[in-house]
Ligand binder design. Sequence first.
Ligand code: HEC
Ligand code: HEC
Length: 381
Amino acid sequence: MAAVQKGVRRDGADLYPAMPYDSFAAMSREDVLAIRVYLLAQPTISQPRPQNILPFPFNQRWILVLWKFANLHTGSFTPDLSRTAEWNRGAYLIEVLGHCGACHTPRNTTFGMDENRKFAGGTAGIWQAFNITGDKIAGVGGWSDEELFRFLKTGAVAGKAYAGGPMAETVMNSLQHLSDDDIHAMVAYLRDVPAQTGDERQPRFSWGNVPAIAGDAGTKTQGSGSTDGDNLYRSLCSGCHGMNGGGSPDGSYPSLIRNTALGAATPENVVMTILEGVKAGDVAGRKSMAAFGGWLDDGQVATLANYVTARFGNPDVSTTAADVRQMRAGSSTEQTVTLLAAQALAASGAGLLLALLLLLARRFRRETSSARLMFVHRDRR
Ligand code: HEC
Ligand code: HEC
């Protein structure tokens, strides 16, 4: 109960919010206990706990006391009785169990979820978790209820979006197993979240021209000369996505035209898709895409990403080999965790304050040994 609702582990130490207890705080007691019963029924695996890899000062767990003070709101979920049961079920699933905000809500200056910009778009590592409010341009206001339902249930809506990266995992490990009623409830609630605007000029899903013959895999070449981008695209991508980007004739490989990853206002998700591929094969009817990160250097990835966004997506967006290098480095777990922690502190401007506090604490420790004992004791609390 303490871990899920308050972010406190068995020995009393605070957990890092990589475990999204700021969303889970409102989980009902019955649900937490049900999860416990499920976990205890799994076969035991004995494995040493991996060491934390955070560098100083982020490895100072007590910092979390400040973070929690600013960002953790405890208290259970209270249904809004003026709303339908479906809306309330959706609210509980989206806000608490689904912790959609952990990725889709931008972070405020103390790296907590910015509740004033709920679901306006956040990050999951390098991946951009898009705006999912009802805004017609920046959000999913232009999607039908049925399309949203299908996206959450399967991660694939032809002509709109495919769930890649962390969203593919969310669908594969979690959402695809929900009942249709629960997904309908989530859609109903999502529709009611206040719309938030963003940088997009037109909806992410609306970029690119549908080719004369849709589903033209490998049958035609476009007349253009052969640039590096052309060559890379032809040899590596067109076999599945078609020479004209329209996908495979039977629709099993997606069209790159009208695809939110390519129509977004930033290049991250395209670059990450090329680097990591898409693991979606566990969902019925979906296929996976191979990772190209091991084959292509940063310059080739940038050339390819620029080629596909210019040709099939938002032509305002481009990237460079240097950006790709950073994204590649940033996608390793170690880097992501450090980056997240660094953002947490740097962005908050509390970094300076913390550094001062740390210095003071260290001096204080050095000054009296009894004080040191006290600190050690507190650290282990
Ligand atoms: C672990 C992070 C994470 C969580 C949790 C998460 N998402 Fe996502 N979501 C993403 C990312 C990243 C993308 C973009 C994927 C892509 O480009 O392929 C995305 C894409 C989407 C999209 C498509 C938006 C578009 O314009 O293409 C919708 C809708 C969506 N998520 C809804 C949800 C809902 C509802 C929940 C909660 C049940 C949720 N997500 C939980 C990371 C997450
Ligand atoms: C073996 C077939 C295959 C090849 C080759 C391939 N892809 Fe894909 N690609 C897929 C599949 C399958 C999906 C979507 C899976 C899903 O989400 O259901 C996909 C999805 C995508 C997406 C959308 C990802 C998202 O998050 O929305 C982009 C962008 C993309 N591919 C670009 C490329 C580029 C660029 C290349 C060439 C380097 C390439 N693909 C090569 C099969 C392939």
